[in-house]
Design a protein around this ligand. Structure first.
Ligand code: G4P
Length: 531
């Protein structure tokens, strides 16, 4: 039997971030293939089936009008126990997508080689930077015509403001994609288009000194280009420094093709060595070390009404320290109650598995009778600490809520407040108005439908949503130093407050934010509200 410390040390918990269609799903499936979670024979179909299962689940969620899940996958590879957190994109994008990043210890950023840095990657990246977690870059689809490699790296550095260090280097792309050069081993690994659903094929490793063999495999032109690029690269790119990677200042970059399964295992192996074991987490008493404390966890996501008849909710927790056992008594710090967690389970897409034990780094879902809030701490009864809250992320879509039947004010206020507490939406009010004038802000537009549906179905309240033109919201970081009445903004700016009474500013465009900052010396605005 392995010890608790050994179990924790072999855990790696990371999120995959990307713009839709960059290849996140394909890459994840290949990881699972290496971990043996998908069997070889079945895996050609496995991709379709896996995807089917995930999207079915989402359909069900949409029908029921609840927020779309971020699924968690756990698998074993080479002695590691790996937890992957998926960050849903497209119109499923919501605050949950951001919150998922609060539960990860590192992030893998997948970039489409012909598209470069795209909008959603940029947004998710900001949250990773805020948390200072290591970010690893996989530049995908090298089997298609790709942008110039130096340009791609330049774009990452300029657009995202993180230094890059290529661990390997691509040789050609599209039809002339020949493989990658491993900078550490100083060897070329030749590309083999592996049959879909099988593990990486037999590619050849050629050292740089074997110039003739190299010429045979990649051709003279690409060989010469490679030699030039290596020289340039060794002179220009940032030196590899694991400390800087761990601090989130430097991203190791890998190239490959998830679809044809080239470069995936090389990436996985390097990534697992470079990324961290479960990280200590900040609490009000200081950092809580995963190995030195007994069980503790925090809630990062609440999924409501998975079963409408029972009004059940599932609270997703990230275990931050020690070992969890299903039978143990724990303390819900914010609720000041000692309890047993009910029906602890591991949730993978549509599958649920009741579990008996789990360790720091793992994610569990527990039945929530309506007592947990996002950011809550669970720990052993003898302990006395609370984890730092989860920030509120800036919504990008706003609407005024009109209640159709004013007789149902009570239900309306109750419903909208509860839904806001779950974190599916954020609600704001103008100064000097009551609950009859509510502005709703969401991160993804789908949440508007969710709100309407849930108010109708669960609270029997009909509403009308009138879209507002605002796209940017900023919290006032130094609200105690600022006289709100004297604040002079642009004509499109609106002053509102959140449910805790914190002042916020709404803007139609980012230009107005800059203008407002210019006009009000000393004003500090932030995109993340305090949790
Ligand atoms: P996502 O989760 O990031 O949204 O992307 P996903 O993996 O679903 O991939 C999006 C599309 O890109 C898929 O094609 C997928 O097959 C393709 N793709 C992923 N990786 C690579 C790669 O390395 N090379 C190439 N050429 N294509 C890649 P699709 O046609 O939308 O779906 P499907 O019909 O293949 O399932």
């Amino acid at each position: 039997m392995s010890s608790i410390a050994e179990e924790i040390k072999r855990r790696r918990t990371f999120a995959i971030i990307s713009h839709p269609d960059a290849g996140k799903t394909t890459l994840t499936e290949k990881f699972l293939l290496y971990g043996g979670a998908i069997n070889l024979a079945g895996s050609v179909k496995g991709k379709a089936t896996a995807r089917h299962a995930v999207s079915d689940w989402m359909e069900i969620e949409k029908e029921r009008g609840i927020s779309v899940t971020s699924s968690v996958l756990q698998f074993e590879y080479d002695g590691y126990c790996i937890n992957i957190l998926d960050t849903p994109g497209h119109q499923d994008f919501s605050e949950d997508t951001y919150r998922t990043l609060m539960a990860a210890d590192s992030a893998v950023m997948v970039i489409d080689a012909s598209k470069g840095v795209e909008a959603q990657t940029r947004k998710l990246f900001k949250v990773c930077v805020m948390r200072k977690i290591p970010i690893f870059t996989f530049i995908n689809k090298m089997d298609r015509d790709a942008n110039d490699t130096f340009d791609l790296l330049d774009e990452i550095e300029k657009e995202l403001g993180i230094a890059t260090c290529p661990v390997n280097w691509p040789i050609g792309s599209g039809k002339s994609f020949k493989g990658v050069y491993d900078r550490e081993k100083k060897k070329v690994i030749t590309y083999s288009d592996t049959e879909k659903g099988t593990k990486e094929g037999a590619s050849t490793e050629i050292s740089l000194e074997e110039e003739d063999t190299l010429k045979d495999f990649i051709g003279e032109e690409l060989k010469d280009k490679l030699f030039d690029e290596i020289e340039l690269l060794d002179g220009a790119s940032a030196e590899f420094d694991l400390e800087e990677v761990r601090k989130g200042n430097l991203t190791p970059v890998f190239f490959g093709s998830a679809l044809t399964n080239f470069g995936v295992e090389i990436f996985l192996q390097h990534f697992l060595q470079m990324t961290t074991t479960p990280l200590p987490r900040k609490a009000d008493v200081g950092l809580i070390d995963p190995l030195e404390h007994d069980f503790s966890a925090f809630v990062f996501k609440i999924q409501a009404n998975m079963n409408k008849a029972h009004r059940d909710r599932i609270a997703f927790m990230r275990i931050c320290s020690g070992k969890f056992e299903a039978s143990m008594e724990v303390k819900h710090v914010q609720g000041k109650k000692v309890m047993r967690l009910s029906q602890p389970q591991q949730i993978m897409a549509s599958d649920r598995k009741i579990l008996d034990e789990a360790y720091a780094g793992d994610i569990i879902g527990v039945f929530d009778p309506g007592i947990f809030s996002i950011g809550d701490t669970i720990c052993m009864p003898k302990e006395q600490f609370a984890y730092e809250g989860i920030p509120t992320f800036a919504p990008e879509h706003f609407a005024r809520v009109r209640q159709m039947d004013t007789m149902k004010r009570k239900q309306f206020v109750k419903g909208i407040t509860q839904i806001a507490q779950e974190g599916a939406i954020q609600i704001f009010q103008e100064f000097n108005t009551g609950m009859e004038e509510i502005i709703v802000g969401v991160v993804g537009v789908l949440q508007f439908d969710v709100l309407k549906y849930r108010l109708e179905n669960e609270y029997n309240v009909e509403i009308r949503l009138e879209p507002l033109p605002y796209e940017h919201i900023r919290w006032i970081e130094n609200k105690d130093e600022i006289d709100l009445a004297k604040l002079s903004g642009t004509s499109d700016m609106k002053k509102v407050k959140d449910m805790k009474g914190n002042p916020l500013l709404l803007f139609i465009n980012s230009w107005s934010i800059g203008m407002t900052l210019d006009r009000n010396k000393g004003l500090v605005l932030t995109e993340f509200g305090r949790g």
